[in-house]
Design a protein around this ligand. Structure first.
Ligand code: FES
Ligand code: FES
Length: 393
């Protein structure tokens, strides 16, 4: 009974509206906001600044990006009650802004204005990049833009537009701006700490390597260790159906050992697709190396993928283990084009390779392949695998 009264009193305190004053697009306004009100809600519902879009509402898509005190923030993850005294800029505030006018023109020239839903967040981020980046470096732009998701087409036009406006800014000899310093206020209720080296997890990753992009291709290089000698691993790897069984979601419908056809199911959040494809496989026993090339297309024709996989089996640190050098090179066009970004692919590829290695080790030990738990990370594996399939017909 006592505990019930205590909870009720705390809840009542927790929902008491708080007074805030903020400056939005140069205009000061005062508000009383319940603690759980998002900044995005305040902008849209009270100030009617509806260019700020809400989509995922969990900080993933970037549609709600606005500038707060000169830095881009997710207005869906920002409590309005924490915004007392801040300055906010939204798309509406950049009417007549020279940089934004140049960006709008460049977006139009590059066919980068597409569905309109992601566009306000894209433009807010683009303006920040144009103000801040010291060169029109494509990899840097793609990296920094990776927090803004496009679900329709892709980033080629958007990246091209941003590069053009940075070049225009350079031609006008306008130097890049540094972002404003972050306020040095200690976070309440959280004690900062520095990780101690002896507390860092010591488990070795299943794979080591890098992910880069080059002319629209994503290139993934990894070194994978298997707990079996090279001869056994090579025998397993040159047997295409056996390897395909270790790749969750992949299903070979036909193969003669040199060519193959099959399908792969892809699921990543709300995106799901089934790719049909085919490809070729070559293996060289002398060098214990192989190559798979292929091309695929999903049923609805919304995404195409093409790719090559090369691998070589070496002796590992002991004769009882193997090291496999793997290199994927793939390109995805369409709905799943977001997987062309190394920032998205990189961490997940390691997770996926870990599962693949576990399955290979299990098969080589005479055990069973693990059941796929259906986590979304599989989608990247499936997308990568589709690089090895070529569309039938
Ligand atoms: S709505 Fe804020 S990041 Fe998606
Ligand atoms: S153009 Fe808006 S989601 Fe792609």
């Amino acid at each position: 009974m006592t505990a019930h009264r205590q909870i009720t009193r705390n809840d009542a305190d927790a929902i008491k509206p708080l007074p805030i004053r903020l400056t939005v697009n140069g205009e000061i306004s005062d508000h009383l906001v319940p603690p759980r009100t998002q900044l995005a809600e305040l902008l849209r519902d009270r100030l009617h600044l509806t260019a700020t879009h809400l989509a995922c509402e969990q900080g993933v898509c970037g549609a709600c990006t606005v500038m707060v005190d000169g830095r881009p923030v997710r207005s869906c993850l920002t409590f309005a009650a924490d915004c007392d005294g801040i300055e906010v800029e939204t798309l509406e505030g950049w009417q007549g802004d020279e940089l934004m006018d140049r960006l709008r023109a460049a977006f139009t020239r590059n066919h980068a204005l597409q569905c309109g839903f992601c566009t306000p967040g894209m433009l807010a981020t683009a303006r920040d990049l144009v103000e801040r980046l010291d060169t029109p470096d494509e990899a840097r732009i793609r990296n920094e833009l990776s927090g803004n998701l496009c679900r329709c087409t892709g980033y080629v036009g958007i990246v091209g537009a941003i590069r053009e406006v940075i070049e225009e800014r350079d031609a006008l000899r306008i130097p890049p701006k540094s972002p404003p310093a972050l306020p040095r206020i200690a976070a309440q209720g959280f004690a900062p700490f520095t990780a101690r080296a002896d507390e860092v997890a010591s488990a070795a990753p299943a794979a080591l390597g890098e992910t880069t992009s080059e002319n629209g291709w994503t290139i993934v290089r990894r070194k994978v260790t298997l707990d079996h000698p090279p001869k056994a691993v090579w025998t397993h790897f040159r047997d295409l159906p056996s390897v395909a069984r270790c790749l969750p979601g992949a299903d070979l419908s036909e193969t003669d050992g040199k060519t193959f056809a099959g399908h792969v199911g892809v699921r990543f959040g709300p995106i799901s697709a089934r790719f049909e494809g085919a490809g070729e496989f070559t293996a060289d026993d002398a060098t214990q190396s192989g190559q798979v090339t292929g091309r695929g297309k999903d049923r609805g024709g919304q995404s195409n993928v093409e790719g090559q996989l090369a691998f070589t089996v070496h002796e590992g640190e002991t004769p009882a283990t193997s090291q496999v050098d793997v290199s994927f090179r793939f390109r995805i066009e369409g709905v799943l084009g977001q997987f062309n970004r190394p920032e998205l692919v990189n961490g997940l590829v390691d997770y996926i390779l870990g599962e693949f290695v576990a399955n290979c080790n299990a098969v080589l030990s005479g055990g069973e392949i693990r059941e796929s738990k259906g986590v979304s990370a599989w989608a990247v594996l499936r997308a990568v695998i589709m690089g090895f399939f070529r569309r039938k017909g």
